[in-house]
Design a protein. Sequence first.
Length: 138
Amino acid sequence: MQVSSKKAFTMIELIFVIVIIGILAAVAIPKLAATRDDAKMSAAVTNLKICVNDAAAAYTGRQLMETNASAGCQQVIAEGCFELTEVNATTLRVEHNASQTDTWCDGADAAQDYAADLNLSADAPGVDHIFGGTQVVR
C-alpha cells in the first residue's frame, strides 16, 4: 500500500469556496452600486448649493445674475437633475427636471428629495432664490 505525499484541495472544497464567493459577490455588488448613487446625489446637491451661493455672491458684488459664470451652476446644468431659470434680475428659480430618470436623481431618497428638504429646490413651480432688496435670508 502506497501513501501519496501530494496534498491538494478536493473538488467539493473548491465548489464550496466558489459558492461562498458567489454569495458574497451577490450581497456586495448592489451595495457598491447604491454607494455610487449616493455619491452622485451628494455631488448634485452640493453643486446646487454652490450654484445658489455663487449666484448670490455675483449679485451682491456686481448686481448681476450670473448662473453661467459659476462652475457649480455649469455642473448642475450638465448633470441635468435640476433646471435653473433666471426669472428676472434678482431671482433664480430652481426646479426638478421631470425628464431625469436616473435613480440617483429621481428615486426614493434621491437628490431631488434631499434638495427639497434643504429648501434648495422643488417640483414646479420650483423654489425662487431672491437676491437683493430688503429681505433677510436665513
